[in-house]
Unconditional design. Structure first.
Ligand code: FMN
Length: 667
């Protein structure tokens, strides 16, 4: 067995888990009315079938004042029958299931609770909602705590194996715990002992309500990452007290929604926050679950083997691949589709109040609707283009029993995913390419590299169906001087095909332009291993190291003619990219149009008039146009054809992979 730690059983109070893999709570938006839906059941039943040990669902609002739209409600007995269908479906597939008890306090939007004012420990404005809550009156507090206990009893009645009290991320319990949001002067405020009281009483009430044998988990921030807030030290103390009050497992994450330290984005290194779980583990004797960016079984195994935690969270990783545990257990971990933390399908969708899906798994959230069925009529299929859309079409069609040939004109599969290989914080996108390639190989798809599709080839092959996924070509804008020797395309820079000078102007401030700027601005800064070496050997001062981390060897300016850069980057990621650009000193000029390129720079027009930007190299990131020159001829040649991804219309990888998948399902 390759992963003995990951697949060893563990007992949480009376709950026996078959392995150490936990899918922690994710608000997915599959329950528009709060009632459990078939969509939710299909989603979780498939994850249970895929071999996960424990699924935690939610957040489940415990009352009517602390939730938001489309959550799985547990605040009334009428939800119990639906919840029972969910727990039955998961348990039938040999996994355990817990409900997360959720009360968001000042993170509740008043619009989500009928215009009423949300409550909190104190009336401290929330940057997350832009609203100021009201402080709970002393005599209201027991009633709020009772709601946790009542919800826990409902969870028991609905067949859940455990409940999880949400004590992290800046929600109600953390609000009481933190000196930033708890300014009370009664027995629930002031000293740490008083601030802990609200949460500890919740635990005691829940324990009393469910009895001694029912597992109670608690989600906790190992560090709030809020200036003036609780840190590793306070969280350890609280965990230790919460264990005494009745907690059977701590699920450790970090940060609040308001923190400026990224928690879930691609630039968070894999297993970055395991140290927080390790910290809590040192303070308690019950099992501890490590969370965030553990997206690979090898990492999970190492975390457990190293004794840093007792269980690991694979949350988005199971959105990306429901069979993650099964593949790892059966020696097929190379076929896992890894979560890249792009957040495009999940977190970004939820922020737009849309149901969650997944860039690498377009079936996520549509399990009942989009079934991959073996074909009764195997066909000979040609896929033109080895980018994400083409690879996904090829994999999907081959899985259904078709014979697939994949043509790629370059010498490597991956398309635009390859461009992210060396971009700081974006490297994980390359994993998507590797995963698709591994699956293509396992399915015996015939891959022809360095082969351009042309009509004689197609006639000779005579396929039953063709998928055109030839991608896009970068646009050369009509600017005088664009054909100069000092002008290069962003794609060529990112691919490492060309080098650039010390002073650089990037024309175009969408995702590709900003990623190119990041890639260049990062050149000449300290690499992680050199930083580690210099820091541990105390070779340089903290100030010098910080400077060496933030200042590279290139001076980079981005010129964007509209008012905003990075408009095509998802809401939950854009702020991290902007932060990195700022840190690396990239000069961003919006409302600025490049009008002419000269040998020594670019003439621009800004809102306040013309300017000249000196530069050795000018990089063009002005978008792309579809490569679909063969489409109409192909349509007349073959019985069935599809054009997908950028070849249809340049967009992001989420659309490309979805379209490739749908074509593969349809053929
Ligand atoms: C769309 C989405 C919704 C989430 N909702 C919740 C939630 O309601 N409660 C919670 O404790 N964590 C929530 N999380 C955090 C996850 O449980 C998990 O900690 C996080 O995704 C990091 O783990 P991962 O890298 O394995 O995905 C959510 C995450 C995502 C992406």
């Amino acid at each position: 067995m390759e992963f003995p730690y990951l697949f060893s059983p563990i007992k949480i109070n009376t709950m026996a888990l078959k392995n150490r893999i936990v899918m922690t709570a994710m608000h997915l938006g599959y329950t528009p009315e709060g009632e459990v839906t078939d969509r939710l059941i299909d989603f979780y039943a498939l994850r249970a079938k895929g071999g996960v040990g424990l699924i935690i669902v939610g957040g489940c609002p415990i009352d009517e004042l602390g939730g938001m739209a489309s959550m799985i409600c547990i605040n009334d007995d009428r939800f119990i029958p639906g919840l029972k269908l969910l727990t039955d479906a998961v348990k039938k597939n040999d996994a355990k299931i817990a409900a997360q008890l959720y009360q968001a306090g000042r993170y509740t939007h008043s619009a989500a609770i009928g215009g009423r004012k949300p409550f909190s420990s104190s009336a401290v404005r929330s940057k997350f909602t832009g609203e100021t809550p009201r402080a709970l009156e002393l005599d209201e507090i027991p009633g709020v705590q009772d709601k946790f206990a009542e919800a826990a009893v409902r969870a028991q009645e609905a067949g859940f194996d455990a409940v999880e009290i949400l004590g992290s991320a800046g929600y109600l319990i953390s609000q009481f715990l933190s000196p930033i949001t708890n300014l009370r002067e009664d027995k629930y405020g002031g000293s740490m002992e008083n601030r802990m009281r609200f949460g500890l009483e919740v635990v005691e009430k829940v324990r009393k309500a469910v009895g001694p044998n029912f597992p109670i988990l608690m989600r906790l921030a190992g560090n709030d990452f809020m200036e003036g807030g609780n840190t590793n030290k306070e969280s350890r103390r609280f965990a230790s007290e919460a264990e005494k009050a009745g907690i059977d497992l701590f699920n450790v994450t970090g940060g609040w929604h308001e923190t400026r330290i990224p928690q879930l984005t691609m630039n968070v290194p894999r297993q970055a926050y395991v140290y927080l779980a390790q910290g809590i583990k040192s303070a308690v004797s019950v099992p501890v679950l490590a969370s965030n960016r553990i997206n690979d079984p090898y990492i999970g195994e190492a975390v457990l083997r190293n004794g840093q935690a007792d269980l690991v969270t694979i949350a988005r990783g199971l959105l990306a691949d429901p069979d993650f545990p099964k593949k790892a257990k059966n020696g097929k971990s190379d076929l896992i589709y890894h979560c890249t933390a792009c957040n495009q399908g999940c977190f970004d969708s939820i922020f737009r109040l849309q149901p969650a899906t997944c860039l690498v798994n377009p079936r996520a959230g549509k399990e009942g609707e989009l079934k991959s069925v073996l074909t009764a009529e195997p066909k000979k299929i040609l896929v033109i283009g080895g980018g994400p859309a083409g690879m996904k079409a090829a994999v999907t069609a081959a899985e259904r029993g078709h014979t697939v040939t994949l043509l790629e004109k370059g010498d490597e599969l991956g398309g635009q995913l390859l461009l992210n290989r060396h971009t700081p914080g974006k490297e994980e996108m390359f994993t998507t390419a590797t995963d698709l390639i591994n699956n293509l190989k396992a399915l015996d798809v015939k891959i022809l590299l360095n082969t351009e599709a042309d009509i004689p080839f197609i006639k000779e092959m005579s396929p039953d169906a063709v998928v055109v996924a030839a991608g896009a070509n970068p646009i050369l804008p009509d600017i005088p001087g664009i054909d100069g020797k000092n002008v290069v395309q962003a794609w060529d820079v990112l691919a490492g095909h060309v080098g650039v000078g010390e002073k650089v102007v990037v024309i175009g401030g969408n995702a590709v332009g900003l990623e190119t700027a990041l890639y260049l601005a990062n050149q000449g800064t300290l690499s992680p291993d050199i930083l580690h070496f210099l820091m541990t050997s105390r070779a340089e001062s903290f100030e010098t190291l910080t400077e060496l981390l933030n200042k590279g060897s290139k001076e980079v300016t981005v010129v964007e003619m509209t008012k905003k850069v990075g408009k095509d980057i998802g809401l939950t990621t854009r702020w991290t990219v902007m932060g990195e650009l700022r840190r690396l000193g990239v000069n961003i000029m919006t409302d600025t149009k490049a009008v002419s390129i000269k040998e020594d720079g670019v003439e621009v027009v800004k809102a306040d008039g013309p300017d000249f930007l000196h530069a050795n190299s000018i990089i063009i990131a002005a978008g792309s146009k579809p490569e679909n020159s063969l489409v109409s001829e192909i349509e007349s040649l073959v019985p069935e054809s599809y054009t997908v991804g950028d070849a249809k219309k340049p967009r992001n990888a989420l659309d490309a992979i979805k379209e490739g998948f749908l074509a593969g399902l349809k053929i």
